[in-house]
Design a protein around this ligand. Structure first.
Ligand code: EPU
Length: 346
């Protein structure tokens, strides 16, 4: 069926590709037609072909935020567009252009090696640069949306490349225009704008705690190392135990509901949200329902962080979603709060 076999500038096709090692949950999943995209200019012809054949399609980056079914019919686009460049610099900012397939953590390390601090709080987040804006990755008080200048993508509806400036990306907590409009835009390149006036961002207690009074002015590299240490302690390494990081979003509630809950549960953990509401620590809610470390067949809840579901080896998406449902029901029953699943369910 493939008219596009390995010719230059055509995406490489592998039929029936096993994806167990391409998703951090380690789920057994087979892509009927896997296309490796190494260059943006492969997309117009491929997307036309898929459209003409009316084939379903989806993209896969690092596979670190997805729940895959046993089989993925139609086309799966493995985005492997590489390359990063410092393209512009003035007194105030540096601009970086980065291919969607670049590994996120490797980019963070690269920026520090090149003396461009700013991303250090986001160290060790798994996944690719192209996937980072979809869920607006965030950790330790920093979200990537604030550093994005623009995003280049192939618009499958318009069948053309588009450039979205930051304002059009509609970034908010774990959300973006891309997430709200699934399967429309294929991110090919991200342009970051990083201010040169760097300041350590230590408002997150867990991180601030790492620096003693003798070092109140840590360097970006020291913060990077501290973030790596905290994450490694709390979050399971997907190479050792399958997981997709936080499985639920931290729910946002209004202040009245939060006060009400605090009266009932004095140890409730909550933080102010940007919009004047309160963000509850979902990990705490789940922990209080007794799920931490619990195992249900081949899947379970991580012993050091109740917000992380894990696959002990042979779990399927159904096992994970069943466990997620029992957690959602327990949290709703005890606290009256709904938990929203964070990874993409394919
Ligand atoms: N907590 C518990 N029990 C638990 C887990 C957490 O009581 O089992 C309580 C603790 O009091 C803790 C609080 O919940 O102080 C918050 O926990 P943590 O600091 O681990 O952060 P989080 O809110 O659970 C969020 C992000 C993480 C990010 C960290 C640090 C979401 C959904 N998750 O987790 O992001 O690394 O903050 O900024 O917002 C990810 O998205 O995959 C992810 C790992």
């Amino acid at each position: 069926m493939n008219s596009a076999k390995n010719a230059p500038n055509q995406a490489k096709l592998t039929p029936n590709l096993g994806l167990k090692h391409r998703n951090s949950f380690g789920l057994d999943s087979t892509a009927e037609l896997a296309y490796e995209i190494t260059s943006a200019d492969q997309l117009p012809a491929l997307m036309k072909e898929l459209g003409d054949k009316k084939l379903a399609w989806r993209t896969l980056g690092g596979g670190s935020n997805v729940i895959l079914p046993e089989s993925l019919p139609g086309a799966t686009l493995l985005i492997n567009i590489l390359g990063q460049d410092l393209v512009k610099s003035d007194d105030a900012n540096s601009w970086l252009e980065v291919g969607a397939g670049v590994n996120w953590h490797e980019l963070v390390a690269w920026t520090l090696e090149h003396n461009i601090p700013g991303f250090e709080n986001l160290a060790l987040i798994p996944g690719t640069v192209g996937a980072a804006p979809i869920q607006n990755i965030g950790a330790y008080g920093v979200e990537i949306g604030e550093y994005i200048d623009s995003i280049e993508a192939f618009d499958s509806a318009a069948h053309a490349f588009v450039t979205l400036p930051q304002e059009a990306c509609q970034f908010s907590y774990r959300d973006s225009y891309f997430k709200q409009n699934p399967n429309r835009l294929i991110v090919t390149k991200v342009v970051f704008k990083i201010p040169k006036a760097w300041q350590a961002r230590l408002q997150y207690a867990d991180l601030a705690k790492q620096f003693s009074e003798s070092n109140l002015n840590p360097s970006a590299k020291q913060i990077f190392d501290a973030v790596c240490a905290i994450r490694s302690k709390k979050l399971p390494d997907p190479k050792v135990i399958g997981n997709a990081g936080s499985f639920f979003q931290n729910p946002i509630v209004n202040t009245e509901q939060c006060e009400q809950l605090s009266k009932q549960f004095p140890n409730l953990v909550s933080y102010p949200d940007d919009n004047g509401k309160r963000k509850l620590a979902a990990g705490w809610l789940i922990d209080q329902c007794g799920f931490k470390g619990k195992r249900v067949g081949p899947v379970g809840v991580y012993e050091n962080q109740a917000l992380v579901l894990v696959n002990h080896g042979s779990g399927t998406s159904t096992d994970i979603l069943n466990l997620a449902k029992s957690i959602q029901e327990a949290v709703l029953g005890k606290f009256g709060v709904e938990l929203e699943i964070e990874p993409n369910i394919f």
